[in-house]
Design a protein around this ligand. Sequence first.
Ligand SMILES: Cc1cc2nc3c(=O)[nH]c(=O)nc-3n(C[C@H](O)[C@H](O)[C@H](O)COP(=O)(O)O)c2cc1C
Length: 193
Amino acid sequence: MDMKQFDGLRSLATMCRTVRRYKTDSAPTREELLSFVDIARISPSAANRQRLLYKIISGEEAERVFSMISLGGYLPEDERPTRDMRPTGYIVILAKETEPDTNLAIDIGIAAESIVLAACEAGYGSCMIRSFKREGILSLIKAEGLTPHLVIALGKASECARIIPMKDGDVRYYRDGGCNLVPKRDLCDVVVE
Ligand SMILES: Cc1cc2nc3c(=O)[nH]c(=O)nc-3n(C[C@H](O)[C@H](O)[C@H](O)COP(=O)(O)O)c2cc1C
């Protein structure tokens, strides 16, 4: 297979790293966030059931979310983002199910990656977040019977993030020189012969 033919997606996927520090003086508009959801909407879905729903949180409402999320679990406390580096918009992936079955969980992952790739192409950084305060997020959603499964934080990045080769199987990302360094396994280590 000629790997070169995928250069467009390859560079987008390489650039599309998790960002945890954001500029608070600029934010994705509701229309931009909606356009990212529109890409998730047409993503693959098991049996094409399309069980996912999306809540866009922007503007002043977005300011309330920072206290409901946990960013950078591997980072020492003093390197985690503070309120002045908060994300400026969010997309919450929701479903009616409280306990996701495997197909729903796979759908969530596919939708999330579609959103972050679309956001990256539009010039925004992002972070998928599973560590969030469910009750707090529910209070913002104001929709009966829906469960938030994943929060995606978005905004203009104020840090760089890049991939580094993994050493000794250590999966932990860390910061160096203002950059988030993310170890990834080598191609030959993930292919089963
Ligand atoms: C399902 C899922 C849940 C995640 N939850 C969190 C989270 O709660 N907080 C956080 O800071 N990052 C979270 N992340 C981001 C991962 O830490 C990040 O993807 C990983 O370190 C690899 O970095 P990369 O996205 O730049 O490749 C999550 C990612 C995924 C896919």
